[in-house]
Write a protein that binds this ligand. Structure first.
Ligand SMILES: [Zn+2]
Length: 96
């Protein structure tokens, strides 16, 4: 029963890249700050969040679809700070 409760209470989000639903804890949050998309590994930034698997494939797909702008309700938002290399990605994930 404990396990069932935990599963039910775990917030689920949809990855912007592969469109699969996953627990928040397995996704990387992005938020809009000063007109740019920034990684928010600590999930502390206010406002809407965009959730993507911390995988380059999912991030690239999301960028290609301009999914960040849609998810954050800021079409044309600057995505230059979104990690596109394994090194960038490792840096984003290390803020826990
Ligand atoms: Zn994904």
């Amino acid at each position: 029963m404990d396990t069932v409760e935990r599963v039910r209470l775990t917030p689920v989000r949809t990855c912007l890249g592969c469109r699969q639903r996953a627990p928040r804890t397995s996704l990387l949050r992005f938020a809009a700050r000063d007109g740019r998309v920034v990684a928010d590994a600590a999930t502390r930034l206010p406002g809407r969040g965009a959730w993507v698997h911390p995988h380059l494939g999912c991030i690239e797909t999301a960028l290609h679809r301009r999914a960040f702008g849609r998810a954050l309700r800021e079409p044309g938002i600057d995505t230059s700070l979104v990690p596109t290399t394994a090194e960038d990605l490792a840096r984003c994930g290390s803020q826990d």
